[in-house]
Ligand binder design. Structure first.
Ligand code: FES
Length: 558
């Protein structure tokens, strides 16, 4: 990150210098003097060339070290762009810097622009444009990946994006204006004498030595890339011979992968969603997992992993590890602590609806029971872990039954059904989801029950009716949701499950809309706060029974 920032600072300074070409040739020339003053000052030059070497080395190392390239597009793109910069820029660097160091040749803007816009074939100009865009894009992606996890920077993103577009645009325009200026003056008497001397261009012999150095650089650099790829292939063969291990994701699934992959790489290889905001760079800790069973067989955390775990207060718990750093050597069972982000997908689905539209929806509130007591007797970290597992189990069940987890409030979820279904389907889906939630929580209890003083319990309230869809909140904190009396009633029904001693409380109206017979479920009348009339509801002691009631009604219909 540090070396990347140094290189980005150089690029920024160089681009701002180019942008002065929009003012005048003199401004361009004055700018380059400042630029050189700064970057050729010995300590800065050592820092800069050291950063170039380390950064390029890290790029080659990443090419070797990453087992899995099925990252989101932005990450392989950044690596490819970064690795291509040396090949695109080497001739420019040799012509300007190395020629100065070896032979004292003084090439500045007039000589460089003359070469690009007058002497060389026109594709050289486009090559320069390409290298500017490639280097800038690579730098911006690196900055974006670094800054996107910093709350302050996230707020500044629109401004940073504007700068990321504006600066190279001005630089390219300045470069073009400088070129036009040279084309205009190149044929003027005396210009060639002033700007094309041997001191400024070097001799033919010097140029051919520089060309040979350039060729050697290309061969050497491509050789290093080839070596990295050969080393990857050899390591892959070796790892396959080393055997496979099984990774078990909680109660969900088990995969087999060769030894040597990180847990995150294994997830990516098998298309298993896994939170990883920093892209596996051990910066964000969102990929962390809780190892189930004895963690003593695992390789010890690297210093980088230990540092991140310490910084989140998990340094003393050997069962918490970073999935992007842990390379298990034996079978491993674990649970990701953070659910993968599906917020974007949910928002996209929600956006398909017309905001402000009034329509029938089923609202379901699901609440974890006893979380306050749990928080009193457990470490905060453990409580967060259990609540997240519960919310993940509920969300999966809701999604599997055609619903959408819409909001998470503390240890509870508001789920919506019917965003793309008829009222009858929405009601039936919600009833089936209540049963699926019970099954998922039962699985969760059998999986982490030994860690709990008492099994996880829950309450569900479900009601359907007309709601208004809309985005509520403030500025970037807007949430798509449903507003209306039926949502409030569902929340109150969920509250009442405690008093009535049941797991799920459905409104009888919802039962009827779902097409279940009046005697399919038990009923009773209750007073609902804020409603004049009492309401007929169906208290369900065991939510799993709801699936059977639905199946019976389907059989009768058939
Ligand atoms: S993905 Fe960010 S720390 Fe592992």
């Amino acid at each position: 990150m540090f070396t990347g920032l140094v290189l980005f600072a150089y690029l920024l300074s160089h681009f701002l210098n180019h942008a002065l070409g929009n003012v005048s040739a003199e401004a361009l020339q004055a700018g380059v003097m400042w630029h050189m003053e700064i970057w050729q000052f010995l300590p800065v030059a050592i820092l800069f060339y050291g950063s170039v070497t380390v950064h390029a080395g890290l790029g080659l190392w990443a090419l070797f070290q990453r087992r899995q390239f099925r990252w989101r597009t932005i990450e392989p793109l950044q690596l490819v762009l970064g690795l291509s910069v040396p090949l695109l820029i080497y001739s420019h660097v040799i012509a300007l810097r190395l020629s100065n160091v070896m032979y004292g040749i003084d090439k500045l803007y007039p000589q460089v622009l003359y070469n690009y816009f007058v002497a060389a074939p026109s594709w050289r100009v486009w090559l320069m444009v390409l290298v500017m865009l490639v280097a800038w894009t690579h730098g911006c992606i690196g900055l974006y990946i670094w800054l996107r996890i910093k709350p302050l920077a996230r707020r500044a993103m629109p401004w940073l994006l504007a700068l990321a577009v504006l600066i190279p645009t001005l630089a390219l325009l300045g470069f073009y204006q400088g070129g036009r200026d040279v084309i205009r003056h190149a044929s003027a008497p005396g210009w060639q004498d002033d700007n094309m001397s041997v001191k400024q261009l070097g001799t033919i012999a010097q140029q051919s030595t520089l060309d040979r150095i350039g060729d050697a650089f290309v061969i050497g650099y491509l050789g290093l890339i080839g070596l990295a790829l050969i080393a990857r292939a050899a390591r892959g063969l070796n790892e396959r011979r080393g055997g496979m291990i099984r990774l078990t994701y909680g109660t969900d699934r088990t995969i087999r992968v060769p030894k040597g992959l990180t847990v995150l790489e294994a997830s990516l290889r098998h298309n298993i969603p896994h939170a990883s905001v920093c892209g596996g760079r051990a910066r964000c800790s969102t990929c962390r997992i809780r190892v189930i069973g004895d963690p003593s067989e695992l390789p010890a955390p690297s210093s980088r992993e230990a540092f991140v775990l310490d910084s989140i207060g998990a340094g003393d718990d050997p069962s918490i590890r970073l999935a992007c750093q842990l390379r298990p050597t034996h079978d491993l069972a674990f649970m990701p602590i953070f659910p993968p982000r599906n917020v974007a997908a949910a928002r996209q689905a929600a956006r398909a609806m017309k905001v402000g539209e009034e329509r029938y929806l089923v609202s379901m509130f699901v609440d974890l029971r006893g979380s306050t007591k749990m928080a009193e007797t457990r470490l905060p970290f453990d409580t967060v872990f259990i609540v997240n597992r519960f919310l993940a189990a509920v969300s999966r069940a809701v999604i599997a039954c055609g619903g959408q987890p819409n909001q998470f409030v503390g240890d509870g979820v508001l789920a919506l059904f019917g965003l793309a279904d008829t009222p009858r389907e929405a009601c039936r889906n919600a009833i089936r989801a209540a049963s699926a939630i019970a099954a998922a929580v039962e699985d969760l209890n059998s999986f982490i029950g030994h860690d709990l003083d008492e099994p996880i319990r829950f309450g569900i309230g479900v009601h359907g009716g007309e709601v208004i869809l809309g985005e509520i909140g403030y500025r970037d904190h807007m949430v798509f949701t449903a507003l209306g009396d039926s949502v409030n009633v569902a929340a109150r029904l969920q509250d009442m499950t405690k008093a009535l001693g049941c797991e799920t409380l459905l409104s009888d109206e919802l039962r009827a809309t779902a097409g279940l017979d009046a005697d399919a479920l038990p009923t009773q009348q209750v007073e609902i706060r804020g409603r004049v009339e009492p309401m007929l509801v169906c208290p369900i002691a065991q939510s799993r029974d709801l699936a059977a009631a639905l199946d019976r009604s389907e059989l009768m219909l058939a």
